[in-house]
Write a protein that binds this ligand. Structure first.
Ligand code: NAD
Ligand code: ZN
Length: 458
């Protein structure tokens, strides 16, 4: 059986079934995992997907922080004099596939209707940027400004924007939420009709033009965010407003990798307490998925990676068994089935390798096993497995952004970090200045570290 992977048009099968709830409104009795600090909420044991609503769930600590005088040394007094004008700033431009980015002075046009212009303060590198920069298995589109995991401040807003104003602290997200389409109104989907991820579009929705240019030549956008620039323009629906007390150099990684992996486990795979979970790929996304399994009370968390250097670091994220497919002369799904008496209860694939996707599905237990695909496939990949695997009551799902709705849910996830219910610092292993952005690519290509934060000069 072949399922052609038209990755960017296919609908994620990640499903959530519940009404909007806050942790306070959930009256399910929660299991407290022994490794869980006592002050943490054990929300993932709630049978409903965890979806925050506004700030109602703020703890006293976070409220106190909110009421503390706001420190904003990052905003210069002249910052907002630029509204309505073209801004000249530095951006890391990818001129050609696979060639080092070049820091250039570019022009960033003012935001148009339903758009906002952001001053990016911190950004990080995700493997999705690297795939489209390499353009090996993806459509090439150059020159382009990549980057989609970031934190910043609203510089100015375009016509019709009422939800955001200059000075707001925000996280841009690669898949947006218009709040009006059938998907946004559905509890079961985060695939907004208007703003869902589109890797082939390099222009703004409003007029089909770019807001970036150099010497009059347009430079393409990437997934509506293009955060490898001191200033960028996004659709308002692709920008989540967050607590201004949250440190942007940490919470910026929630704008892609950590929410994606964590949500893939707690919102989509939903492992039960005491269950076994295999995580394929132990980069930031996979380790966040492992963290989701850990806080869900999974007892066996099996990390699968071709790079054994990942294993030591992964222990901090709850991974307690390891398999390197290269160490075995049979398919890794068979190795895992033998280790687990027939297969794992859940698996989450975070590699982008089609072979790993197939293995992740074929290593789950029949009768109840669920596999969740997260990695971004090449455009010509095809998923091939025997249909008997479905008849044997295994389930295959997939998700973008861990099924979180970015504007509705992300502010609440930031509060989880502020309330010490979620750890982010351990994902951040490197930090470079903007002028050294190519080093972040080198680290990722060498499989070194987890997330590298790129500091914009401000
Ligand atoms: P990363 O490069 O940091 O980590 C990937 C890991 O997978 C590496 O440790 C690598 O050694 C391992 N790996 C590669 N091939 C493997 C294989 N065949 N078997 C086992 N391990 C293998 O990447 P990342 O930033 O953590 O991203 C992981 C994946 O998630 C990428 O494909 C990325 O594009 C995708 N992604 C998807 C979404 C989404 O919303 N679905 C969002 C962000 C990232
Ligand atoms: Zn990403």
């Amino acid at each position: 059986m072949e399922l052609l992977s038209t990755a960017w048009n296919c609908r994620a099968s990640a499903i959530s079934f519940a009404p909007l709830i806050t942790p306070n409104s959930c009256n399910t009795s929660h299991f407290q995992h022994p490794s869980f600090p006592p002050q943490r909420l054990s929300f993932p044991f709630c049978p409903y997907p965890f979806r925050f609503v506004s700030n109602k769930s703020l703890t006293l600590e976070a409220r106190k922080r909110n009421s503390e005088p706001e420190q904003q040394p990052l905003v210069s007094p002249t910052m907002f004099n630029t509204a309505g004008k073209v801004i000249k700033c530095k951006a890391a431009v990818a001129w050609e596939a696979g060639k080092p980015l070049v820091i250039e002075e570019v022009e960033v046009a003012p935001p148009q209707k339903h758009e906002v212009r952001l001053k990016i303060l911190y950004t990080a590198l995700c493997h999705t940027d690297v795939y489209f920069w390499q353009a090996k298995g993806q459509n090439p589109l150059f020159p382009r400004i990549f980057g989609h995991e970031a934190g910043g401040i609203v510089e100015s807003v375009g016509e019709g924007v009422t939800e955001l104003q200059p000075g707001d602290h925000v996280l841009p997200v690669f898949t947006g939420e218009c709040k009006e389409c059938a998907h946004c109104k559905s509890e079961e989907s985060n695939l907004c009709d208007l703003l869902r991820i589109n890797t082939d579009r390099g222009t703004m929705l409003n007029d089909g033009q770019t807001r970036f240019s150099k010497d009059g030549k347009p430079i393409y956008h990437f997934v509506g965010t293009s955060t490898f620039s001191e200033y960028t323009v996004s659709h308002v629906g692709s920008v989540a407003k967050i607590n201004p007390a949250a440190p942007l150099d940490k919470v910026c990684i929630l704008s892609c990798g950590v929410c994606t992996g964590f949500g893939a486990t707690v919102n989509v795979a939903k492992p039960k307490k005491g269950s076994s979970v295999a995580i394929f790929g132990l980069g930031a996304v996979g380790l966040a998925a492992a963290e989701g399994a850990r806080v869900s009370g999974a007892s066996r968390i099996i990390g699968v990676d071709l790079n054994s250097n990942r294993f030591e670091e992964a222990k901090k994220f709850g991974v307690n068994e390891f398999v390197n497919p290269k160490d075995h002369n049979k398919p890794v799904q068979e190795v895992i089935a033998e280790m687990t008496n027939g297969g794992v209860d859940r698996s989450v694939e975070c590699t982008g390798s089609i072979q790993a996707m197939i293995s992740a599905f074929e290593c789950v237990h029949d009768g109840w096993g669920v596999a969740v695909l997260v990695g971004v496939p090449n455009k010509d990949d095809a998923f091939k497995t025997h249909p008997i695997n479905f008849l044997n009551e295994r389930t295959l799902k997939g998700t973008f952004y861990g099924n979180y709705k970015p504007r509705t849910d992300l502010p609440g996830v930031v509060e989880q970090y502020m309330n010490k219910e979620m750890e982010l610092d351990k994902f951040i292993t490197h930090s470079v200045s903007f002028s050294e952005i190519n080093k972040a690519f080198e680290y990722m290509l060498a499989g070194e570290g987890i997330r590298c934060i790129i500091r914009m000069e401000h």
